[in-house]
Design a protein around this ligand. Structure first.
Ligand SMILES: [Zn+2]
Length: 483
């Protein structure tokens, strides 16, 4: 049991308070009061509760020195510290000093370190009237991590703008920059935008340390791996992966690129942003402000004799036109599109002005994908979900006892999630589909075909095993549909 002693009064220092957001403080019945070089002193209602101590260690990235107090005392301290007017006062009245302020540098480094450790893809700095929320996108979902006192905001933003080589005196225009910090092993894209409460920032961390995924490493069923591999072996044509933002589309395309790289082919990518860095592949970053749009980049790349072209996303008619032209003239083109399912990809392409004859001649396959969060097995409970979701998903009465949901525990960092599983719906464009495309008959293109199962059917199978909650199934299969 950790050494504990009672603290006379709970007056947290601002530096410490920012380490634990208010909702976590309430959840843990704990309040950070002092920040030491490598640890934080935390007043706790149950200082011997190791799960909570570990949770705070995990949250702050620091050692925890627990001190005992009563639950009522801590609640009052939380109200005082985080509540209205209770945020720490600005320690100095003058203008914010140079942002090389050591505490600010420390906070910035802590944020980056935390984000990397948790595998976050983005760090969000959202200023509010009283505090700045620091949120991470982890496994596709936004998670609150810290609340920083208001007076720290301008300094932290300045610090981040400095490392992103942005103009720190400019507060009224959105700015974009790159952060390269080899010391911390960080490479990131920074974007700031003015809001009512100050400048907000989003930092997208490049997954450079992550090796490009393999088809086997995608985690889908073996037949999906085989079918994607077969599509990648075609000498020319178009493969499109569809799904909402964060559904893993780019990862799937990179898994195909990873395999293609082992063959003597020239691979070029055009992306916005470049998400993975791969040796031996020429990767072009679209830069609209300087005029390097998808269309322009695509046109010049075609003059570079590529065999395989990865086009990050088909967003407009012109990109669609050039990409399909390339797919019909000896290139394998891989791309993504916002569409809800594999059949809708073909409909969406028609809307973008790709003629039905062109699509039918060029398309190899269309794939829809979702990343679905799976229940944490450590805190799995029977679920009684909303009637609307149950009916919409077609769950019958005697299946209800199979439903499960995880409320959250120390093991899953109180998220209820143990990870994400990819689901794929694959439509190989064969003679029959070609003929139907030419006739412009898009009704139930996938229906009844061998090897075609909707994502919904596959997710429901997991729901009936308690592996995926009804709410998550609904979110990913209905509300998470088309863009
Ligand atoms: Zn759990």
């Amino acid at each position: 049991m950790p050494q504990t002693d009672l603290v006379p009064s709970l007056h947290p220092e601002a530096d410490a308070l920012g380490l634990i957001p208010e909702h976590r403080a309430r959840q843990y019945r704990a309040i950070p009061i002092r920040r030491k070089p490598d640890r934080v002193v935390v007043a706790m209602a149950e200082p011997s509760n190791l799960a909570v101590v570990e949770e705070i260690q995990f949250l702050t990235g620091l050692g925890v020195e627990p001190v005992g107090s009563t639950a009522a005392e801590i609640e009052r301290a939380i109200d005082r510290a985080y509540g209205p007017g209770g945020l720490p006062a600005r320690p100095d009245a003058g203008p914010a000093p140079a942002s090389s302020d050591p505490p600010v540098v420390r906070i910035q480094r802590l944020l980056f370190r935390e984000a990397q450790r948790l595998g976050a893809s983005d760090i969000h700095l959202d200023p509010g009237p009283r505090s700045t929320r620091i949120r991470y996108r982890i496994d596709g979902a936004i998670e609150d991590r810290f609340a920083l006192p208001r007076w720290l905001h301008a300094r932290l933003i300045s610090r981040i703008k400095i490392i992103g080589k942005l103009d720190i005196s400019e507060h009224r225009r959105p700015q974009d920059g790159l952060i390269v910090d080899p010391g911390q092993g960080v490479e990131a894209r920074l974007s700031t935008i003015p809001t009512e409460s100050g400048e907000a920032a989003v930092i997208r961390l490049f997954q450079e340390q992550k090796a490009a995924p393999t088809l086997a490493g995608l985690g889908g069923p073996p037949d999906v791996e085989e079918r994607l591999r077969a599509m990648g072996h075609r000498p020319q044509g178009m493969v499109v992966v569809a799904g909402p933002t964060g559904s893993g589309k780019t990862t799937t395309l990179y898994a195909m690129v990873h395999e293609l790289r082992q063959r003597p082919v020239n691979i070029v990518t055009i992306e916005d942003p470049v998400e993975y860095r791969v040796d031996g592949v020429r990767q072009v970053q679209v830069d609209a402000p300087s005029g390097l749009t998808f269309q322009k980049a695509l046109r010049s790349i075609l003059r570079q004799d590529p065999d395989v072209i990865l086009v990050g996303e088909i967003r407009d008619a012109e990109t669609a036109r050039i990409a399909f032209e390339a797919a019909l003239t000896g290139h394998l083109v891989l791309s993504t599109l916002h569409a809800s399912d594999a059949a809708s990809v073909l409909v969406r392409l028609m809307e973008l002005g790709v003629g039905s004859h062109v699509a039918s001649a060029a398309m190899i396959g269309s794939i829809a994908q979702r990343l679905v969060r799976t229940n944490c097995p450590a805190c799995l409970r029977p679920d009684t979900p909303s009637e609307l979701f149950v009916r919409r998903l077609g769950i019958v009465e005697d299946e209800r006892r199979l439903l499960g949901r995880s409320p959250g525990c120390a093991e899953c960092r109180f998220t209820g999630v143990s990870g994400r599983r990819p689901f794929f719906e694959i439509l190989e464009v064969d003679e029959e589909i070609r003929a139907r495309l030419t006739r412009q008959d898009y009704s139930s293109l996938g229906g009844g075909r061998a090897g075609y199962r909707t994502i919904l059917a596959q997710v429901l199978e997991r729901v009936r095993r308690g592996e995926v909650s009804v709410e998550e199934a609904y979110r990913t299969c209905y509300s998470g549909g088309a863009a």
